[in-house]
Write a protein that binds this ligand. Structure first.
Ligand code: GLC
Length: 748
């Protein structure tokens, strides 16, 4: 018997040897991180969580790097990168490389349209290419992490950071946010021309009350799940390397201390593994926001929330060791954060090569980069109006052209906000491009009229008027200086700044044909100015190549295809106004506008429906709107399943006919409406778009595929479900779906 037992033990031992769980290969990142962490002191671990400005190699910074007390730098110039990396690699005890980070939001040297302008392209391939080029240029200067894409949903153009956003729609923002992540990160982060991306700002920053930056966001769980979180989930699923909390509080809890967002949702429900980097000072601000009493408590709250890196608050640096000693902070919280940071550094290949190749061929402003930037500016321009087909202009039929306005030759303004490394001297302005386009052609009369967008000195307007009077057509460039949009640049009035409205009125009064080009960082409430112009091109801030793009569009070398990624309000009082409104119990089927109300009207005489007396219900221009030089009609919508089940994929097709005389792109949009559900649903939601090229006189059939998820929503029990019932599908040229086709389908 004893022999049998001994035998069984022997057999089991052999089996256990053979079936030993495969130990993590020593070369795996996880194994490397584990091995490194086992050597690290707590001071060295906390050092990895400390991110500071790297603009100057001060003696303090030198010693902090050499002691291993700094893990990453933001804003470190190229000429310092190799110095600081050598200190980290050769002088610190464990030789851990630094992570160099910077805001590369819409280009590094070659500047693309602001993200809101890129969103107007409805072209994820182009947006991805732009991010790829930005990564190539930025990484050539040692930057290996960018704080982009910014995927905050916002419906509030008062908020300066709408410029950095991809607009009001969760679907469009999700698609383009993923495109940016792919462009920045590629398929292999160890490639030296790739950079880690950062999904920001998590979350609800675009819902800052009053459109006032840093203000509170008070949103329902439903709004969070339905509108705010989907783009973040999309980029998390796409493998974005890092996340950044927002400055605002969400329902009373500052984002940097918001365990619901970062532990329950991001790490828990979504299972996202990556590195969370705080916003600038955002951890220390937790105290200012009144969420704790001391700076040390801000560090404890943030690290336990899962904010891995402290950007510039210095509170991890100052307090984590004592918090660890007194038990206020767990070893696990610090170890998890350190693992996330070191894992990112290994993924970036920094341990093998943290240095910049100073002998490499320069890549900045490569002609191929400029070409893509120009294409993005072309496709990001939205044609809002074109009376009597004034555009495109024919140079051969013009004797003289007036170029007027403070944005016609403003190289620093056209590149927009958030481009620290741009060189305005490389901008090609509309004046420069049109002068080149019209050389040996019509005479150009250039009079800015105002020296800059906020200029209130009207003494040049008379000269502008006389230039208009002696010209066949007026090209009027208006908008906002770059400094009027971006972080902490919120505006309560969304008019044209300065005396631009007077300039537009004076030029329009000449009776000459006026083409108005708007170069701004947000939608502006400029209905009066648009009424004064015969054609209007809304280009946002178009970047380095804005000039050549605008010139090509005005003279017909390119055809406008841009669509609004955000609603343009008639007036600030309509805000928030967006296309996915709800029906309400009093839909605005008919109403009386303020000027039509009879004097002495009785209280109940106007009826009762949801609208504004002075503006009606409609915005100035709806989401998804954009004209072309040609015309398109939508017909023959078809569905593969009139009735479908939760496991079916529906194919929706629609025929689009180019009935005009120009070959052009059209962005066909697919919207879904669920008229009856356990929670009220928006009157329509974008669930697909196709940018299709159609030759004049020809047709193309667009096709969309819908699955159960496209009909699902977050119900009252916080479940994402599609409920049986009838749905209406629209395929249309904008969110004004009456101009497209529709069909009903039934989910059984
Ligand atoms: C800023 C912004 C954030 C940016 C960070 C670093 O305040 O909120 O978007 O990435 O600081 O510059």
């Amino acid at each position: 018997m004893k022999k049998l037992v001994g035998y069984i033990v022997l057999v089991l031992w052999c089996v256990s040897c053979v079936q030993q769980p495969a130990t993590t290969p020593t070369n795996s990142i996880d194994a490397k991180v584990t091995a490194l962490m086992e050597q690290m002191t707590w001071e060295e671990k906390i050092g990895q969580l400390h991110q500071v400005e790297g603009g100057q190699l001060t003696p303090q910074l030198y010693s902090e790097i050499a002691e291993g007390s700094v893990g990453s730098l933001l804003n470190c110039p190229k000429h310092l990168v190799n110095d600081v990396q050598r200190i980290a690699m050769q002088q610190s005890r464990l030789g851990i490389p630094l992570l160099i980070a910077r805001d590369v939001i819409h280009g590094f040297k070659t500047i693309f349209p602001i993200p809101l302008g890129q969103a107007a392209t409805f072209n994820p391939t182009l947006v991805e290419k732009g991010a790829e080029i930005a990564a190539t240029e930025a990484s050539s200067e040692g930057i290996r992490l960018t704080f982009a894409p910014m995927i905050d949903i916002t419906r509030d153009p008062r908020w300066g950071r709408i410029a950095e956003s991809l607009g009001e729609d969760p679907y469009l923002t999700s698609v383009l946010g993923v495109a940016m992540v792919k462009g920045f990160q590629g398929n292999d982060l160890t490639q030296s021309n790739k950079v880690a991306a950062c999904a920001k700002h998590f979350a609800a920053y675009g819902f800052s009350e009053g459109g006032r930056d840093y203000n509170i966001a008070d949103v329902s769980e439903h709004q969070l799940r339905e509108v705010i979180l989907p783009p973040f989930k999309a980029v998390a699923d796409a493998g974005v390397a890092s996340f950044m909390p927002s400055f605002n509080e969400i329902n009373g809890v500052p984002a940097s201390a918001n365990a619901y967002l970062f532990k329950q949702i991001l790490r828990g429900e979504w299972g996202w593994k990556g590195t969370v980097i705080s916003d600038y000072f955002s951890i220390k601000q937790i105290k200012t926001q009144g969420f704790c009493e001391t700076e040390a408590q801000t560090a404890a709250l943030a690290i336990e929330t899962g904010i891995d890196v402290d950007m510039m608050s210095y509170v991890y640096h100052q307090y984590l060791d004592s918090l660890l000693m007194d038990g206020s902070v767990s070893e696990k919280a610090i170890n998890d954060a350190v693992r996330n940071v070191l894992t990112l550094k290994y993924k970036l290949g920094l341990f093998d090569n943290p240095y910049v190749d100073t002998l490499a061929q320069p890549v900045h402003y490569d002609v191929s980069h400029l070409a893509v930037a120009k294409q993005a500016a072309i496709e990001g321009a939205v044609l809002l109006k074109n009376e009597h087909n004034l555009l495109p202009l024919s140079a051969s039929q013009l004797n003289s052209v007036a170029i007027i306005g403070p944005m016609a030759d403003a190289p620093a303004e056209q590149i927009g906000t958030w481009c620290f490394d741009a060189e305005p001297s490389r901008s090609i302005t509309p004046l420069m491009a049109i002068t080149k386009e019209l050389q040996d052609g019509p005479i150009i009369h250039y009079v800015p009229g105002l020296n800059y967008s906020r200029d209130v000195n009207t003494n040049q307007i008379e000269r502008a008027v006389s230039a208009a009077k002696k010209s066949d057509v007026v090209l009027l460039f208006v908008g906002e200086e770059a400094i009027l949009s971006g972080e902490a640049k919120c505006r309560a009035r969304l008019d044209l700044p300065g005396a631009q409205a007077q300039l537009v009125a004076a030029v329009a009064a000449t009776g000459k044909p006026v083409v108005m080009v708007v170069m701004a960082g947000r939608p502006l409430c400029i209905g009066n100015e648009i009424a004064n112009a015969n054609a209007v091109l809304y280009t946002f801030h178009g970047g380095t190549m804005a000039g050549p793009a605008i010139s090509d569009l005005l003279f017909g070398k390119s055809i406008p295809s841009g669509k609004l990624p955000v609603t343009i309000p008639q007036a600030e009082g309509q805000i928030p106004i967006y296309y996915y409104q709800k029906e309400t119990g009093r839909p605005p089927h008919h109403f009386t506008l303020i000027d039509d109300i009879p004097v002495g009207a009785k209280q109940t005489s106007l009826g009762f429906c949801t609208y504004w007396l002075d503006t009606g219900i409609e915005p100035l221009y709806p989401f998804g709107f954009g004209l072309s030089y040609t015309q398109f009609t939508y017909s023959d919508i078809q569905v593969s399943h009139q009735n479908f089940s939760a496991t079916d994929t529906i194919t929706v097709t629609c025929t689009i006919t180019n009935t005009g005389k120009y070959n052009a792109y059209e962005v066909a949009q697919l919207y879904v409406h669920d008229p009856v559900a356990s929670l009220t649903r928006p009157v329509k939601q974008l669930k697909g778009f196709q940018k299709v090229f159609i030759k004049a006189g020809e047709q193309e059939k667009v096709s969309f595929k819908l699955t159960n998820n496209d009909f699902a929503f977050w119900n009252a029990h916080n479940q994402f479900v599609a409920e049986p019932g009838t749905f209406t599908l629209y395929v249309a040229p904008s969110s004004d779906v009456a101009k497209g086709c529709s069909v009903s389908v039934v989910l059984e």
